[in-house]
Each structure stands twice: as C-alpha cells, then as structure tokens.
Design a protein around this ligand. Structure first.
Ligand code: URA
Length: 273
C-alpha cells in the first residue's frame, strides 16, 4: 500500500535526481554559485570520485557526497501524512499490553520520529494527522491555537436543532465550560461515515465542530444533553479534509495541504498575540 513512490516532498518537488550544486546549496555548504566554485575547485567528491562537471546529478538517497572529505547531507524533510483511522486502534505509537495501535498502520520505520498530532479514542474513526515536525505539532496542540475539528456522531435518541442549543452556548463539563461549538442535525446522506446503511430509527446523526481538544470532549458534550454517542468520526482537522484515503490507509499530505496547515498555525499565532 505504500504511497511513497509517488510522494512529493513537502516543498512540492521530488528530490531525486538533483544537480550536485543544488544539492550542496540545499545542504547549506554554500550558495548555489559558491557550490559551483567548490565543485570546479575539485573539493567535492561523489562516491569517492572528484566531480567538477556542473551538470552532474546526484541521488541524495543513494550517493555519498563529501566536501573536503567531510560528508554533506540534506537536512531531513519533515513528513506529514493523514491516516483514516479505523475503530479498534489506540492512538499511541506503542502499547506495552500489545493491543492494536495506530503505529501499525503508518510507515514508522521509514520515518523515525513520526507521531500522531492529538488523539482519537479507540472507537473513534477518521482523520488522524501524523508528522515528524515537532514545532508544527506543538503549535497545533497548544490550547490557544487549536484548530477547528468537524465530528460526525451517531447518537442515541431523537435530537432536534433546539436540543443542540446548549452546545452552541457552551456547555459545562466536569472540567469546566466548553467554548461555544457549532452543531447541527445531519440528513442521512450527510452521515454515511457513521451510518452507511441509513440512520437507525430512534437515533440521530449530528455534526459538532469544536476547536478545543479535551479528552472525550464530543462524547461528553453529547452525553451531557442526554444523547450518548454510539459512533464518532472525525472528518476534518483544521484545513485538512479526510479525502483520498481509505479506512485503515494513510497518504502523504499534498504540498498545498502542508502550506494550509502551516498557515492555519501562523494565523492563530497572530490572533492570540
Ligand atoms: N471527542 C471524543 O469524545 N472522542 C474523540 O475521539 C475525539 C473527540
């Protein structure tokens, strides 16, 4: 299932093969022009051979480049991917009790340092973001910078729009009041992620949009208005939408998605200054 062969780098370009002078510049050896000078001066070797030809290309994943005998490497590009989490998996990269966890669904060996941004409950399905970019993750998880998340919930009992009003006002939970949420009753065709065969009679599908990230928050909010959650699915995370990835699979974020995510953090930064 690996989608890696076609994966673009976060900057929107593929790395291989690349011109040696560009490789040197990207690795911080010198400017592009300076790198050309290093090459023509005979100071750069590829796999032990001096390379002076300015058109020469290297594969950064395979070739060993040295400058004055010292290895030159590209800084590791951060990785961003989304998992369509199935029910039954814990959001953790290891479980001492050996229970199924999301680590087994993502390419953790290929990308050491990959971790989930936030968590979904074991029985919650949908969009879970993974990255190796600690700074971005920290920003996205900081309480003052939480991004909007859309959840689709199948709840016990019949709810109408009025019944959701307490969520819109900001419902009080054990650990304090929630910020006002957006909430609406969904039509059956909008709720296929939790009810692919139709909404059972006596139950209701609702959408809840929150930007906090408290433990079991959506379940507790809906439980508090008397409608326990039967199934829960996350369809968005900030600007990201769960598209193009089947349940149990992952895909790299497109460069445009990474850009929007970074922008969402920057935007929140500005608004919280
Ligand atoms: N809220 C919940 O109650 N559970 C989740 O998994 C995510 C949000």
């Amino acid at each position: 299932m690996s989608k890696d062969a076609a994966a673009p780098q976060a900057g929107g370009e593929r790395l291989v093969p690349m011109r040696l002078q560009r490789f040197l510049a990207r690795a911080g050896a010198a400017s592009r022009r300076g790198s050309e000078n290093l090459m023509t001066a005979g100071r750069v070797r590829v796999n032990g051979e001096v390379v002076t030809e300015l058109g020469a290309k290297v594969d950064p994943l395979v070739d060993e480049v040295t400058l004055d005998g010292m290895p030159v490497r590209l800084p590791a590009e951060p990785v961003y991917l989304m998992l369509n989490k199935p029910a039954g998996y814990l959001t953790t990269m290891s479980d001492p009790q050996g229970r199924p966890c999301v680590a087994s669904l993502v390419p953790r060996k290929r990308y050491p340092g990959l971790f989930p941004v936030g968590r979904l409950d074991k029985d919650t399905t949908g969009l879970l973001l993974f990255t190796t970019d600690g700074t971005l993750a920290q920003n996205l998880l900081h309480p003052s910078k939480h991004v909007d998340k859309h959840y689709v919930a199948l709840v016990d009992g019949v709810v109408d729009e009025n019944g959701l009003e307490p969520l819109r006002r900001g419902i009080e939970l054990d650990d304090g009041p929630c910020q006002p949420a957006r909430a609406r009753v969904l039509k059956a065709r909008e709720a296929l992620s939790v009810c692919p065969y139709g909404v059972p009679s006596g139950d209701t599908c609702v959408e809840v949009v929150i930007h906090e990230g408290r433990k079991n928050q959506v379940k507790r909010m809906l439980g508090k208005i008397g409608h326990p959650v039967l199934r829960l699915h996350r369809s968005t995370f900030g600007p990201l939408e769960l598209t193009g990835v089947e349940e149990g699979s992952w895909r790299h974020l497109a460069p445009e998605e990474v850009r929007k995510l970074t922008q969402a953090c920057a935007h929140l930064d500005k608004n919280t200054l």
